[in-house]
Design a protein around this ligand. Structure first.
Ligand code: BG6
Length: 520
């Protein structure tokens, strides 16, 4: 199967069998001089062009303040593509055709005349659809979302459309607010000029194949879902670990910390896919309804619960893979007395019929020993009879590990008899690896997300009530930390698995973290 038919098939399957037609579309990127455009968005669009997945015709317009012409914009992006493209070398024939569809509109975001010029540029297209089917990608500071959508509406480029069939859509980047009130405020600004079904909030984890596969794995197989509840599952571990430190992003990170940067979005998204009930259909709203229901059933925490069930940490100087790492407090643009957390581990309870009594342990952090994201379903142990009754046999409980990245795949762990006399047992694994099974098909999350937004399918984007519910969970924890400086126990050596309190969180329940294995 070639790559574009593979994409077609995936898209068709998620739309419940009816392939959504991808229609001619103009993509306008606000903040087109920024990092995201050159590192992620243009390389993703170029690869979609390479795979012939973009509609015909299409246009891409960069909107930003810096002075540039169409030509200089193209030259700059070609240079960046050479660096950031996931396939090399860049195909110059494809690039030349792609670049001919790239335009630049120089204007300040708050200058109304810039939007007039944008309107004229859009209306200069030959194809009628290119004038009405518009995707506005807001790669800007969230404080500008409201202003941009107001200007777009004023010049008639964005029309609020209540009854589906919307031709104009807004894609917005994270962070979507910094707490519940600010997210509500952003939502209120956006829905002044666009209906909820025109707003596509990005969480790039949802663009990852392995994250999408969580639902496929659970609901296209007959055997696993029977085990997916409090009768069979002892507990669940979700780890999103990074070897990278904060590096040059200190300014941003000081305002966010691990809780806002990773838990509020990526970790809670993965958790909701792992734990949600089956949706009534594969349509976006059915899936998102179930995710919201799940988030709402996470037990709210009092400050006393936070003290007991949430561990925060901050790295001090150490080594990752033999490379020296500075302390977080010594990173550029970080307050030398900062109390911002670079690590969080916590125990969550989901108060619904399926999961009552099953703890979900989640953790994320920077400067950890490996970069890996995994979900581990740890099943209840076999009873203490037969093999379990033998004093010389240690029975490992079964587990199922969804390796989201890297080394993408799924492993089922069970006990096997070591060949030979006696009853010696050993845990063994059944492995599924994406690479072995499907070859190295690894599109960037942004390719998938852009294509879905162009097709108008919101399944992989975050709905308003979802983002607000997630903020509610995170806010109650962060509020309990207010005015509480980090204690010595909350620091961890860069290159280790967080503060020892993270291990204690599980050991006091007679459990332990299973760390993802480094990639071979
Ligand atoms: C981003 C966070 O959303 O996700 C970063 O802001 C983090 O801090 C990144 O490094 C992780 O994404 P990935 O795809 O590398 O796991």
């Amino acid at each position: 199967m070639n790559e574009s038919s593979h994409l077609d098939e995936l898209l068709a399957s998620r739309a419940g069998g009816t392939r959504r037609a991808i229609e001619p579309c103009t993509v306008v990127i606000f903040g087109a001089s920024g990092d995201l455009t050159s590192r992620k968005l243009i390389p993703a669009l170029y690869h979609l062009a390479l795979e012939k997945a973009l509609p015909t015709p299409y246009r891409i317009i960069g909107f930003a303040r810096r002075e540039k012409t169409d030509d200089s914009f193209r030259v700059e992006l070609r240079e960046a593509l050479g660096k950031f493209s996931r396939t090399k070398p860049v195909n110059d024939t494809v690039w030349a055709a792609f670049a001919a569809n790239l335009h630049y509109c120089q204007a300040d975001i708050s200058d109304a005349s810039g939007y007039q010029r944008l309107n004229e540029l859009i209306n200069r297209a030959d194809d009628e659809k290119l004038k009405s089917n518009l995707l506005f990608y807001l790669a800007t500071n969230p404080s500008q979302f409201g202003e941009i959508s107001q200007h777009l509406s004023d010049v008639g480029l964005l029309e609020k459309c209540e009854n589906g069939g919307c031709m104009q859509r807004l894609v917005v980047e994270k962070p979507f607010g910094h707490d519940l009130p600010s997210a509500q405020q952003l939502n209120a600004e956006l829905i002044r000029n666009a209906h909820e079904n025109q707003i596509f909030r990005i969480d790039h984890y949802l663009g990852k194949e392995t994250v999408q596969n969580i639902l496929t794995f659970r609901f296209s197989n007959g055997i696993f879902e029977h085990l997916w509840d409090r009768d069979s599952v002892d507990h669940v571990q979700i780890t999103v670990a990074e070897k990278l430190g904060v590096g040059s992003r200190g300014g941003y990170y000081e305002e966010s910390g691990a809780m806002r940067d990773m838990i509020q979005n990526h970790v809670l998204q993965v958790l909701s896919l792992v734990a949600m009930e089956p949706p009534v259909s594969l349509e976006a709203e059915s899936i998102r309804d179930e995710k919201v229901k799940l988030l709402k059933s996470i037990r709210p925490m009092t400050p006393a619960d936070v003290a007991k069930h949430v561990v925060r940490g901050q790295y001090f100087a150490g080594e990752v893979d033999g490379e020296a790492r500075p302390a977080y407090r010594s990173e550029p643009k970080v307050d030398p007395k900062s109390n911002v957390e670079t690590f969080v581990a916590m125990k969550l309870w989901i108060d619904n019929w399926r999961w009552s009594g099953v703890p979900f342990y989640v953790r994320t952090g920077k400067n950890l020993p490996v970069s890996a994201s995994e979900v581990r379903i740890q099943f209840k142990p076999a009873p203490n009879i037969l093999y379990g009754a033998k004093s010389d046999v240690h029975l490992d409980p079964n587990s199922l590990t969804l390796r989201l990245q890297p080394n993408e795949g799924i492993a089922l762990r069970f006990n096997g008899k070591v060949p030979g006399g006696g009853t010696k047992l050993q845990p063994v694994r059944m492995q599924f690896s994406y690479d072995t099974e499907f070859g190295a098909y690894t599109p960037e999350a942004y390719e998938r997300l852009l294509l879905e937004a162009i097709a108008g399918d919101a399944t992989l984007f975050i709905r308003r009530d979802e983002v607000e519910t997630a903020w509610g969970i995170v806010d109650s924890i962060r509020n309990a930390w207010l005015e509480k400086p980090l204690t010595n126990r909350e620091f961890y050596l860069a290159g280790t698995w967080g503060p020892t309190a993270s291990d204690d969180l599980l050991s006091c329940d007679q459990r332990e973290w299973r760390h993802p294995q480094p990639q071979k």
